[in-house]
Write a protein that binds this ligand. Structure first.
Ligand code: FES
Ligand code: FES
Length: 157
């Protein structure tokens, strides 16, 4: 038995039929082909599946697609505008904060959720906000530096 849901993903409205057990992660990757959102553990432990739901970071492997009904979802594919990278994306490249890239979408989206509510976030606040996302390459130092560079620009302006 399928359920009909309406949701907005990266500014685009969708009406979709889903099974009651489909996760938001499955919907994004398998139905909408937005494969920037990664599946690591599928159990809520690694954080690589983070997306923004109404602006807050959420582990999409733990959220049912039907609970996304009526919500605004942002994935990494929705961050750049008019071919211009989001400042966090540009900073990750500039600081060399990407190795294999598996954790990068979740790191950037978690950082965006933080900076949207606290644009001048301190290093400590950044560390706390990103603590739910594991980087198997151990790039934490560069990742924190990339986010702090963006928040420091706000602080210095
Ligand atoms: S895949 Fe969702 S937390 Fe690991
Ligand atoms: S860059 Fe490889 S998992 Fe973080």
């Amino acid at each position: 038995m399928n359920v009909t849901i309406d949701l907005t993903v990266n500014g685009e409205r969708h009406r979709l039929e889903v099974t009651p057990w489909t996760t938001l992660l499955e919907l994004l990757r398998e139905t909408l082909h937005l494969t920037g959102t990664k599946e690591g553990c599928g159990l809520g432990e690694c954080g690589t599946c983070v997306v923004l739901v109404d602006g807050s970071s959420v582990n999409s492997c733990l959220m049912l697609a039907l609970d996304a009904n009526g919500r605004q979802i942002t994935t990494i594919e929705g961050l750049a505008s008019n071919e211009e990278l989001h400042p966090l994306q540009a900073s990750f490249i500039e600081k060399g904060a990407v190795q294999c890239g598996f954790c990068t979408p979740a790191m950037i989206l978690s950082a965006k959720a933080l900076l949207d509510r606290n644009p001048g976030a301190s290093e400590e606040e950044i560390r706390r906000a990103l603590s739910g996302v594991l980087c198997r390459c151990g790039s934490y130092t560069k990742i924190i530096e990339a986010v702090r560079t963006v928040s420091k620009e706000v602080e210095d302006s």
